[in-house]
Design a protein around this ligand. Structure first.
Ligand code: NDP
Ligand code: HSE
Length: 438
């Protein structure tokens, strides 16, 4: 059978890694795919840099459309990133009847419905294993290996940059800016690192996971997104004293009683003994709770050239194997048959059920604790643990740390407003959600 020809659009961290892996493991990959897979062309604007990265037989172009128009190219691999040029080239490739492999979670979380619908109309595949959790095969696991389950929830550390920052801050006491620079140097961070730090990248990935888990369209605009830029080192320390680690988690959960789905990214206290709490550095981990299988955990490198390339190449192999199959017999892009997708709503944050960590800077005087616990009780919020830092000599204020049991976010908002208005509460209350993930 004639070789399958691949065009790599974008030749940076992941594009370069993909070329390396495809070249180094070519024989092994061909044995699996049943056909030889060849990189026929690569595209980046800096032609000299591209030429220096590839062998003589590979065409180097600066205009992505040259690859899309090339009738010899079977698979277009989009590794440019973002929603601008990337969207244009993906839509053009589909229109040209080419299969697409992409690592672009931003594109799919925002424009996935349009992309998948066009791909269906043209009978081509769009594969995106690398778009979520880099090298971890979570898309395949959730979409195919857990197909017998009713998925209850998915919770994951799905941004390597922020996990690297939180780990280094906790373990080495390094400051935020220093660790971020190192993450950028290592190629983990997005072109715009605010996407990492502010939780946007994790929300892109969670949006895709949620769609596959529950059979709903991608709805990034409805995700609740909070990053780690407001997180204070003192809360990492207090959490540790209470037996918890703080992780930036993406959580999506089915709420049967409300007929909706939670979709949220935020810093989260997780019990230190949970495996996921011990996922450090740029590593990612995703927990999936299915009614038949129970809890499963997927762990690995979520970013970097070759770990991400591992998923890109797996997709290229999948597409190669299925290229000649009847489009109706392929695995649906979002796991569920297109006519079986549901319109289950994404719940507003007010309705989310979770527990909380609260840190209050309070005047160290009689009755403060009782006033605060009264407010919590009046709002039907049950306390799980309280920690009061010993006041230093001469100090007239202290930190009061409260862990609550699970409650509804709306109640906590109300209680927080009352607590904040007490004259003995001296600074804005720090609040972090807490999940047991049991
Ligand atoms: P890089 O910035 O390293 O690479 C982007 C590449 O695209 C560069 O080669 C750039 O080269 C090229 N490019 C940019 N604009 C154009 C254009 N208009 N025309 C042609 N080429 C262009 O990004 P990454 O490799 O890190 O990321 C690629 C994708 O993979 C993104 O969607 C990202 O979110 C995703 N991803 C990244 C991971 C990682 O660990 N880095 C992990 C998982 C997913 P030039 O400037 O010369 O044009
Ligand atoms: N910037 C992303 C991260 C890359 O840090 O996880 C992988 O998607």
């Amino acid at each position: 059978m004639k070789p399958i020809k691949v065009g790599l659009l974008g030749f940076g961290t992941v594009g370069g890694g993909t070329y390396q892996v495809l070249t180094r493991n070519q024989e092994e990959i061909s044995r699996r795919a049943g056909r030889r897979i060849e990189v026929a062309a690569v595209c980046r604007r800096d032609l000299a840099a591209a030429r220096a990265q590839v062998g003589e037989g590979v065409r180097v172009v600066a205009d992505p459309m040259e690859i899309i128009r090339d009738p010899d190219i079977d698979i277009v691999v989009e590794l440019i990133g973002g929603e601008g040029v990337a969207r244009e080239v993906v839509m053009a490739a589909i229109a040209a009847g080419k299969h697409v492999v992409t690592a672009n979670k931003a594109l799919l979380a925002v424009h996935g419905n349009e992309v998948f619908s066009s791909a269906r109309d043209k009978g081509v595949m769009v594969a995106f294993e690398a778009a979520v959790a880099g090298g971890i095969p979570i898309i395949k696991a959730l979409r195919e290996s857990l197909a017998g389950n009713r998925i209850e929830w998915v919770a994951g550390i799905i941004n390597g940059t922020t996990n690297f920052i939180l780990s280094e801050m906790r373990a080495k006491g390094l400051d935020f800016a220093t660790v971020l620079k190192e993450a950028q140097r290592l190629g983990y961070a997005e072109a715009d690192p605010t996407f990492d730090i502010e939780g946007v990248d994790a929300a892109h990935k969670l949006t895709i996971l949620s769609a596959i888990a529950f059979g709903i369209p991608v709805q990034f605009a409805k995700a609740h997104v909070e990053g780690i830029s407001q997180l204070q080192a003192v809360d990492i320390k207090y959490a540790e004293q209470l037996g918890y680690r703080i992780k930036l988690l993406g959580i999506t959960r089915r709420r049967n009683e409300l007929g909706g789905i939670e979709l949220r990214v935020h810093p989260t206290l997780v019990p230190a003994q949970r495996l996921i709490a011990n996922v450090e550095g740029a590593m990612n981990a995703v927990m999936v709770q299915g009614d038949a299988v129970g809890t499963t955990l997927y762990y690995g490198k979520g970013a970097g050239a070759e770990p991400t390339a591992s998923s890109v190449v797996a997709d290229i192999v999948d597409v190669t194997r299925l290229a000649t199959a009847d489009p109706d017999h392929r695995v649906p892009h979002l796991a569920f048959q297109p006519d079986q997708m549901q319109g289950t709503p994404i719940l507003p944050m007010d309705g989310v059920r979770t527990a909380y960590y609260l840190r209050l800077r309070v005047a160290d005087e009689t009755g403060v604790l009782s006033r605060i616990t009264t407010i919590l009780a009046e709002n039907d919020i049950s306390i799980d643990a309280v920690l009061q830092r010993e006041s230093l000599e001469g100090e007239r204020q202290t930190d009061l740390i409260i862990l609550t049991h699970v409650t509804v976010e709306e109640r906590m908002n109300r209680a927080q407003e009352f607590m904040q208005s007490l004259p003995s509460v001296l600074a804005p209350i720090a609040r972090i959600r807490k999940e047991e993930l049991a």
